[in-house]
Design a protein around this ligand. Structure first.
Ligand code: MG
Ligand code: ZN
Length: 707
């Protein structure tokens, strides 16, 4: 007692004198940073200095949306018994469970975000409870942001995500979910959006109406010079495998750009995708075809859940209802069709790995491995709806998907080379309690395995909105809310050790990027645009456009086109347009590791002295090109034809940076304009040879596009 008082006195003295003392056992502790300090790329990492012990050829990231420890335990208690274990879910991170000598580790991570919506953009505030958009942005880009943001930081500037970086590295990429493919978790691998609800060019509709004004910031829409909606950017991103729901949103029609007036489904077909809409049998038959990415959207909205609903009730009603057991829903896509096919999350995962592995095995490509994200989306959505069986069934679906992946990787001899990570994006409401609570909703379950009575309570709302799991309403109408508790992260395979202990959600980005050797730091990412090139070309239809390649360190390009007098003919510089424009989503979406086209409206035949500057908004790297308009003499051959025959290949060749040493023999004038932007690299300016006339003075108004 005396000793205790003595310590208290000493502590009081320390406080009184303002002394700073560090006990050896407390060396690890530190106070948190401010929101502004946390808002930079990588600034929220807890283990920034930790490398990976080994490199992985492939990474599969399994996200159980809303799958906190409580959700895992509810599902395990019911499906496996309290002493049981999941075959997939519990095997990841368990030493020796997958391979006898492979890495396996489990840890916890923090998930807080930096704002409760876009109202906080520009003025970040530490926000303990994240949504799936901010959390997804965290694990996909390594940058914390505000709730509602998709891969844009708190200043609404795009942050490079894992699929962009994997494509830049030459890996095959896949994105699989049971949600609408535009939902936040899959969206963070295919788009940059200031609002998670900016599903398509017509907003969140099936194309028969337009509510884009409500769901999208105007700056982001293509008709306003923006980078486009989530669905449009999905097509630009061009992951090799995309499987999910949300097919009805692809019935929307592009409002501007190359594909103006066509539906997104038509655009996907035109761009060479293999498409499947709401057809499980067609999905089952999909096979790898080179340069034909798979876009399979198997339901109008979110996919139907495995189990029928068992909505939570008040204490008295719960007791009167008694213990319930879960039953399989007839609408679940995991049920066999008449042809014997199914599309459970396990089926989708199995298909995705087959497709990706076939691409890696295609020696005519240089694909060296793959990155795949698989989301069990509706654990969250059913938790919002206080539906215990719903969330249990979705957890089961995810568990079986993990098992399917492990089995497939074993079959293909890839298991030892693949890092598998299983985690969630945020925790959720459900809790296992001893009795139906007086002041919360609950459901009593009877485990069919060990006979235990499991009481699950939902305590953040007094009633459940029946529309909570309705895709047209969205989860925000639901009653139950996310929680801010830290989450389990488990990993097996090369690089797994990096999830050990306490990390942050943003560390997961670095764990994956480092395991795959992707560019993870800002400087590494900027360097991906060192080989940026621009080739101004006259197309076979007479229009003039710039073909941009090598800007893989960027998600968004800006450009300015000037005539010989210095007058700006076209620009993405938002300050020249509207004071309210959000600059970060204005410009041209980069088609990573592909060619991004910029239509150059206003270039006239016979006119000379144009200047085009293209700048990567993330890298700051700039290419400036001087060129003349197409000749006005009525020559008949198109540059497209010539290019195919090699006759005017000089335009492309010059754009590779050889312009300075070897000026074009064509009629264009090659000029090295030197470097602008980053001091790291000045990209050689190329002048395209626009030698041949097409008789079209001004290109048709086409807006911006990528392909
Ligand atoms: Mg999700
Ligand atoms: Zn949610």
């Amino acid at each position: 007692m005396r000793r205790h008082q003595g310590l208290k006195a000493a502590a009081a003295a320390v406080i009184a004198t303002g002394m700073i003392v560090t006990f050896p056992s407390m060396a690890f502790a530190q106070d948190g940073k401010s929101a502004t300090e946390l808002s930079g790329h990588g600034a929220a990492q807890r283990i920034a200095t930790t490398g990976v012990t080994s490199k992985a050829k492939n990474v599969i990231l399994f996200i159980g949306d809303g799958m906190g420890d409580s959700e895992i335990t509810v599902a395990r208690d019911y499906l496996k018994g309290a002493s049981g274990s999941f075959d997939g879910l519990d095997s990841i991170g368990q030493p020796g469970a997958l391979t006898s000598n492979g890495e396996a580790a489990t840890g916890q991570y923090t998930t807080y975000s930096l704002g409760s919506g876009s109202k906080d953009a520009g003025n970040p505030v530490v926000t303990p409870v994240t949504d799936s958009a901010a959390s997804g942005s965290g694990w996909a880009t390594g940058t914390k942001t505000y709730n509602n943001a998709v891969d844009v930081d708190v200043n609404q500037n795009a942050q490079l995500n894992l699929i962009e970086l994997a494509k830049a590295k030459g890996l095959a990429t896949g994105n699989v979910t049971t949600a609408e493919i535009q939902d936040a978790t899959p969206a963070v691998l295919e788009s940059h959006s200031t609002q998670r609800s900016c599903y398509g060019p017509q907003g969140k509709t099936d194309g028969t109406s337009d509510n884009s004004a409500k769901n999208c910031d105007a700056s982001q829409l293509k008709q306003n010079g923006g980078i486009g909606s989530i669905s449009e950017q999905l097509l630009d991103t061009r992951a090799d495998v995309t499987i999910g729901g949300g097919s009805k949103y692809f019935k929307q029609t592009a409002q501007a750009g190359t594909y103006k007036g066509t539906t997104l489904w038509e655009q996907a077909t035109e761009r060479g995708y293999q498409t499947v809409s709401n057809d499980v049998d067609a999905f089952s038959k999909l096979t790898y075809k080179k340069n034909s990415p798979v876009l399979a959207l198997l339901s109008d909205g979110n996919m139907p859940t495995q189990y029928d609903t068992t909505p939570a009730l008040s204490q008295k009603a719960t007791e009167e209802r008694g213990a319930v057991t879960c039953s399989t829903s007839s609408s679940w896509l995991g049920n066999k069709t008449a042809s014997g096919n199914s599309a459970s999350l396990a089926d989708m995962t199995d298909k995705a790995i087959d497709l990706l592995q076939s691409q890696v095995g295609d020696t005519s490509t240089s694909t060296s491995g793959f990155f795949l994200q698989v989301e069990g989306a509706s654990i969250d959505k059913q938790d919002h709806a206080a539906n215990a069986c719903g969330q249990i069934g979705e957890t089961d679906d995810l568990d079986k998907a993990i098992s399917a992946a492990v089995a497939k990787l074993k079959t293909r001899g890839e298991l030892d080379d693949t890092l598998i990570i299983v985690t969630a994006d945020h925790a959720h409401t459900s809790q296992i309690v001893s009795e139906p609570p007086a002041y919360a909703l609950s459901t009593i379950l009877k485990s069919p395995v060990d006979g235990s009575t499991i009481v699950v309570s939902y305590g953040t709302a007094t009633s459940v909105d029946s529309g909570a799991d309705d895709a047209s309403v969205g989860y925000t109408a639901g009653g139950m809310e996310h929680t801010g508790t830290q989450l389990r992260i488990a990993a097996s395979g090369p690089g797994a050790d990096r999830v050990t202990g306490l990390t942050d959600q943003t560390d997961n980005f670095y764990t994956i990027a480092k395991a795959l050797g992707l560019a993870s730091t800002t400087s590494e990412q900027k360097a991906l645009s060192d080989s940026g090139k621009v080739a101004v070309k006259k197309k076979s239809d007479g229009s003039v456009s710039a073909e941009v390649t090598g800007f893989d360190g960027d998600s968004v390009l800006s450009y300015t086109l000037k005539d010989s007098t210095g007058t700006i003919l076209a620009t993405t510089d938002s300050s020249a347009k509207s004071a309210n424009a959000i600059s970060g989503v204005q410009g041209v979406r980069v088609a990573t590791a592909q060619t991004t086209d910029i239509a150059l409206d206003g270039v006239e035949s016979g006119a000379t002295g144009y200047t085009l500057s293209v700048t990567g908004k993330q890298s700051g790297k700039t290419v400036t090109v001087s060129f003349d308009g197409p000749a006005a003499d009525g020559s008949t051959t198109t540059s497209g034809d010539v290019a195919k025959k090699g006759g005017k290949e000089a335009a492309s060749t010059l754009a590779t940076g050889k312009v300075a040493e070897q000026p074009s023999a064509a009629t264009g004038v090659a000029t090295l304009l030197g470097r602008t932007g980053s001091a790291v690299l000045g990209v050689v300016a190329a002048v395209a040879a626009l030698a041949l006339a097409g008789g079209i003075a001004v290109a048709a108004r086409r807006g911006l596009f990528t392909r």
